[in-house]
Write a protein that binds this ligand. Structure first.
Ligand code: ATP
Ligand code: MG
Length: 267
């Protein structure tokens, strides 16, 4: 058994990366999977969304990736059983520059995670909306990517950029990189544009597209201000149901993609 490490990426901002990391991770945790969130975004949205104030945490992703401290010393519990967090602080903003001069600068998170292999079933990494060294560290450390896509016109442009990035990363750093899943976010079935975007993504990424789509929901946008994932803030609500179902779809896809590493014993 080894941890399935997934980087949640999209260079576009505000597409639902953080919302997906927190709520997908909480859904996996609710299914009894030991899950770790790594907040690799200096904005620290996962950290605040799980009820921590970045300025007050003792240790963060910065200490792990830049200073080389063990990840266990930066791991903190959350209000949710089976869910842990490595928080981000503003210090992490400097990491993009500080990492440039460090040895094996794209592999530092990957090395840090090796120590955790037996501890977690899943590790989900939240990335900033850019392709800097933090995102590259996340990608190199993961077996594959989860890509949230907002159902809007510019989504397809963003996806072309992402495809280009993936081929560059495959050539230079990680030949085995795959897209594990695409998750449609902020979905509003009443909008014909949403259908057009989904149709186009399905044409290009039929296997990767995970269902159901995540609906636009006020509850999902409110939950972080209460420091809770949607599963705790609105159990039984439509956002919770959607993320629980997407977690099932993700697990099924992982089992088919990586049959050897996903031999996670069922509860
Ligand atoms: P960034 O690129 O800045 O890190 P992001 O991709 O992580 O952004 P989020 O922070 O998850 O995106 O979401 C952007 C905004 O949209 C947030 O205010 C969030 O609460 C809201 N949001 C995300 N998903 C939904 C949803 N399904 N329904 C309603 N609001 C949502
Ligand atoms: Mg975010």
């Amino acid at each position: 058994m080894s941890a399935i490490v997934l980087a949640v990426v999209n260079q576009k901002g505000g597409v639902g990366k953080t919302t997906t990391v927190v709520n997908l991770a909480a859904s996996l945790a609710e299914k009894g999977k030991r899950t770790l969130i790594i907040d690799c975004d200096p904005q620290g949205n996962c950290t605040t969304g799980l009820g921590y104030i970045p300025e007050t945490v003792n240790s963060s992703v910065y200490d792990v990736v830049v200073l080389g401290q063990p990840i266990t010393s930066a791991t903190i519990p959350t209000a949710v059983e089976n869910l842990w967090l490595v928080p981000a602080t503003l210090q992490l903003a400097g990491a993009e520059i500080e990492l440039v001069g460090l040895p094996r600068r794209e592999y530092r998170l990957s090395y840090a995670l090796e120590a955790l292999d037996e501890v977690y079933d899943y590790v989900l990494i939240d990335c900033p909306p850019s392709l800097g060294l933090l995102t590259l560290n996340a990608i190199v450390a993961s077996v594959g990517l989860v890509v949230p896509i907002q159902c809007e016109f510019y989504a397809l442009q963003g996806l072309s950029l992402l495809s280009h990035t993936i081929s560059l990363v495959r050539q230079s750093l990680k030949p085995s990189l795959v897209i594990v899943g695409i998750i449609m976010t902020l979905y509003d079935a009443r909008l014909s544009l949403a259908h057009q975007v989904v149709d186009e993504i399905r044409d290009r990424f039929g296997d990767e597209l995970l269902e159901p789509f995540i609906p636009r929901s006020v509850r999902l946008s409110e939950a972080p201000s209460h420091g809770l994932p949607i599963t705790a803030y609105d159990p039984g609500g439509k956002g919770t149901k959607a993320y629980l179902a997407v977690a099932d779809a993700l697990e099924a896809r992982i089992h088919s993609l990586f049959p050897t590493i996903s031999a996670i014993p069922e509860e």
